[in-house]
Design a protein around this ligand. Structure first.
Ligand code: FAD
Length: 425
């Protein structure tokens, strides 16, 4: 945890306040949250006359106060994006989920000049989960934020540089070096790159979804919101992430209802979660259901779902809806034909590249290394990789393999290959 004194003041169902809460919590910043429900409280806590003043939320730091700050404002105030500090790195990693953090640990420990670039917060999907129970060495489970925070400490201690709130938005290969372009206009030059950008949540695609995002409707397990929930919570989804969200919420609110599209939780959920959900008296599971609408005035007030069994629409009142219906690969930073992908958009690597993927064929005489993409010297790891098992342990373990086969020869080999690639393409 960072030893900073931070207070955030605002309304609970404010999307901006949610965004900042989520950012602070997932990046391991200790902060005090003050909820404002009346104009008197707005005056008392923030010195603003009305609780609907557009200058909310207010972020009070030790030495300054920020009104309705954007992510770049916060990043600057917390001194988070000072790098890249070196003109060139051996290894640049994009995405600080378990895969990226682990690559940073192993890359730096092999003596490589390593930089890890993360668009939002460390931990990725894992950082949003309240408890990971199947990770080796933590018999009681560990919160994703805690695991991520330990990994960050380890990576930094071993010499990796971490750039937070910086997004990779493009890249090129010039004179054998990879130039990553960040959203803040800066560039990162490296001899090799690991893409560990994971997946993003699949959206509901229902009417009004955008209107209630952060105002009662949340994607993911809601680790930053759980303490604020007070009444009946609905969780959409039947996978492990939805199961964990339901269990986490159930320890805080009187009732949790899971809306599951399939016939039973057993088909999609790990057995230990099925067992724990069965033993939770305040979790109700409704199967064969599909959410069709969200509604309310300023904030979420009700949802409608279709009972697929009897083809009926059912309306329920709730002001808390958490959606965990899976992910899709996050590859918007790369042009469609730059890297070979499978039909679902996941990046193809290693021997999969030799099996005739469409577009971006493997360009060199030698075979690709395991986890190497169709662009020599660019690797993919974790959930973004085609055919990977979507789990923390896999995302982390893959880097060990990478370190054995690629980190050592990386310094010389890829630069010359990249030159060849440029000449022939
Ligand atoms: C709620 C939930 C609970 C889960 N529980 C478990 C569990 O108990 N056990 C288990 O093994 N697995 C669990 N999983 C799955 C596990 O979290 C994932 O398999 C794992 O996080 C994948 O790691 P990753 O590093 O590949 O990708 P991610 O975790 O998706 O991380 C990718 C990172 O890349 C960043 N990024 C994306 N694009 C860019 C860009 N252009 N530039 C810079 N950064 C970028 C993202 O912001 C993100 O931080 C859970 C997942 C969820 C959602």
């Amino acid at each position: 945890m960072h030893p900073l004194s931070i207070t955030l003041i605002g309304e609970v169902k404010s999307p901006k306040a949610y965004f900042i809460r989520d950012f602070l919590q997932r990046n391991g910043f200790a902060f005090q949250w003050i909820e404002v429900t009346t104009d008197a409280e707005a005056r008392q806590y923030a010195g603003l006359d009305s609780r609907s003043d557009p200058r909310f939320p207010v972020l009070a730091l030790k030495d300054r106060t920020l009104y309705a700050p954007t992510l770049p404002d916060i990043v600057a105030a917390l001194d988070l994006s000072v790098g890249p500090q070196l003109p060139e790195y051996d290894l640049a990693i994009y995405g600080a989920g378990p895969a990226g953090l682990s690559a940073a640990v192993y890359g730096a420990s092999e003596g490589l000049r390593t930089i890890l670039v993360e668009r939002f917060s460390i931990g990725g999907q894992a950082g949003s989960t309240s408890r990971i129970e199947n990770y080796l060495g933590f018999p009681e489970g560990i919160s994703g934020a805690d695991l991520a925070s330990r990994a960050r400490e380890q990576a930094i201690r071993l010499g990796a540089e971490i750039l937070l709130a910086a997004e990779g938005v493009g890249g090129s290969i010039e004179q054998g070096k990879m130039i990553g372009v960040l959203d803040n206009g800066k560039t990162v030059t490296s001899r090799a790159t690991i893409c560990a950008t994971g997946v993003e949540y699949i959206r509901l695609n229902v009417l009004n979804e955008k209107r209630f995002l952060g105002r009662g409707l949340y994607y993911g397990a809601g680790s930053s919101e759980a303490n604020l929930c007070r009444d009946h919570v609905f969780v959409v989804g039947g996978g492990n992430s939805a199961g964990q969200a339901a269990l986490h919420m159930a320890s805080r609110v009187p009732k949790v209802t899971m809306l599951v599209r399939g016939n039973s939780l057993k088909d999609t959920l790990s057995q230990y979660l099925v067992d724990r959900i069965r033993l939770s008296p305040n979790i109700e599971v409704r199967t064969r259901c599909s959410l069709v609408a969200v509604d309310g005035d300023q904030t979420l007030e009700r949802i409608t779902y279709r009972d697929l069994e009897c083809d009926e629409e059912i309306e329920e009142e709730t002001s808390w809806l958490f959606v965990c219906i899976g992910g899709r690969p996050r590859t918007e930073w790369t042009e469609a034909d730059m890297l070979a992908r499978d039909s679902a958009g996941y990046i193809l690597t290693g021997s999969d590249l030799l099996n005739g993927p469409s577009g971006a064929p493997w360009p060199l005489q030698r075979n690709p290394y395991p986890m190497e993409t169709s662009l020599p010297g660019v690797f993919a790891a974790g959930d973004i990789r085609s055919n990977s098992i979507k789990r923390c342990a896999t995302a982390v373990g893959e880097q060990l393999f990478l370190s054995r086969i690629t980190f050592w020869p990386m310094r010389h080999r890829f630069s010359s290959e990249s030159l060849r690639l440029r000449r022939t393409s």
